[in-house]
Design a protein around this ligand. Sequence first.
Ligand code: 3DU
Length: 215
Amino acid sequence: MKIKNNLILAMDIMELQKAEKVCETIGNQIDTIKIGYPLTLAEGIKTIKIFKENYNYQIICDYKVADIPATNSKIAEQTFKNGADGIITHGFVGEDSVKACQDKADEYNKDLFLLTEMSHPGAKRFLQKDADEIAKMGVEMGIKNYVAPATRINRLKEIREIVGKDSFIISPGVGKQGGEAKKTLEYANAIIVGRSIYESENPKKATEDIIKSTK
Ligand code: 3DU
């Protein structure tokens, strides 16, 4: 996936009107947003189409899919049927569950992003131990897109080493969670930023500043 300015906006605003206002303010500095449960549960899956049609954005659905294969397949089907360009799936559930999402992504000719290690402190206790194995599984499965943390650059670097230079890594945790944009982009192809933009008094300037800081 090609991502303008290597920046994905995490659209976790729970009111569509407010979310659209942020998009109008930011203008064409970005071309990709990430929608997760906050907006989807508040306003429905129709939000995917609204952002695609009104702003021509690429949409990555951060549904952190983590169920049995049969259920994963249904979740991915609904996600792609409703217009998503990509879906984020958890890796800890294992190869068969991930493959169910991968098959749907292939069927729709869209992207699957495999979540390896998460960015928050709690991820250290369980997920971190297996994150390298999750990344290795992704490589074995031929997965090209990954999610890895901006909050622990050493871990991001290690995951990059496992998935290789030709894989595409998107990285959350820049800004509010403490990660730095420029450092993160040494190892990731794009950063994911939410609150530092949409909670800012001036989302346009916040976006400009983040983009400038990456140059
Ligand atoms: O912390 P921010 O407000 O910039 O938002 C980060 C987004 O990325 C948010 O949607 C969160 O759910 C998602 N995310 C992580 O923060 C960390 C992960 O490991 C995976 C996804």
